[in-house]
Write a new protein. Sequence first.
Length: 198
Amino acid sequence: MPWASSEVINVLAFLLPGFVAAAIYYSLTSHPKPSAFERLIQALIFTAVTQAAVALLPASLPSPEIDIGADAPWDPVWPVAIAVILAFIVVVVVNYDLAHGLLRWLRITRENAYSSEWDSSLARNDGSFVVLHLAGERRLYGWPDEWPNDPERGHFRITQAEWLADDGPRPLENVSGVLIPVGEVEMVEFVGTGDSEE
């Protein structure tokens, strides 16, 4: 049994950087968490890249080792640090659509890095005011401070809000922001100078 527990500890110590990177990725992107198996595969990919980068580090770099009861002392500093840096790089590439943007420019794909058309449209029009067309033919104009990643749940937080009526706009006085449930929104209209590619 000591052999089994030692092997398990070795495997967990080896995989920890990949799980750290995957946790950071899903915390900082709008992508929904996939099944446990798919997350495990992604953690293994992060682990492989992290361990390859660690193998390229010079042996002269100082790093504390910890005795965790495994076959050899564990050196968590560089693998975890590289995993965190790798995860942040991947998050920036995904959140700003950098890789897909380059591939679209090269005419290789028409896809983007966003999790849905909803998320893509809101991200590409970041910097635009919106008109939310609500149930009951109501329209609310304002600045979208926050929006839900899921078109089925969550809220829009609208600042500088004005109701749009037939007789002209009616600003909401002394109101710093309005929360609108996404279930009330029938259509989103982007207004102004956004960074839209559409």
